[in-house]
Write a protein of this length. Structure first.
Length: 164
């Protein structure tokens, strides 16, 4: 039992660290009204382990803070990632093409309001939904599914026993 808790915490911490590193390395394209957050590809990981849910949430919090995010962005941006990760986990036994849908929807619906009201970006909400949505489709839908298929076929995956 204790080993499972340690493994869970270690996985969550590694996922959080990887998310933060990707946000930091790709900071110029991770923020703003037209954003492509490569770290969002990691939102596919709840398919493999529930430890990805807190890992992605904490990683997003830290990434937003390190990126200079205002309080509303840190809170609501991170909640969008948490919601997306949780519902990806709930879809883990469904068809793999459905797994990226929750983070795409959560971020497309929440982040435009954050950008508009927390950062006073003058663009309209529908335009921001379009720009954020396109970035999410590419990051979660394309890169996330590529990551899914790469990890699914891995024999040495750290959480291979949890793959459904």
């Amino acid at each position: 039992m204790r080993n499972k808790k340690v493994a869970f915490l270690a996985q969550a911490a590694m996922i959080a660290a990887l998310y933060v590193a990707l946000v930091y390395v790709f900071a110029p394209i991770s923020f703003g009204p037209i954003q492509f957050r490569i770290a969002e590809a990691l939102t596919i990981l709840p398919v493999f382990t529930p430890a990805a849910i807190p890992g992605l949430f904490v990683g997003c919090i830290l990434g937003n803070i390190m990126g200079g995010g205002v309080a509303l962005d840190v809170v609501f941006g991170s909640l969008a990632t948490l919601i997306g990760a949780f519902f990806t986990w709930t879809l883990r036994k469904a068809h793999s093409f459905l797994a990226p849908v929750p983070p795409i929807l959560a971020n497309t619906l929440i982040i435009p309001f954050v950008l508009r009201y927390a950062y006073q970006i003058p663009d309209s909400i529908p335009y921001l939904m379009l720009t954020v949505g396109i970035g999410e489709v590419i990051a979660c839908g394309v890169l996330g599914l590529l990551l899914y298929y790469a990890l699914r076929g891995s024999k040495s995956l750290i959480f291979r026993n949890q793959v459904n």
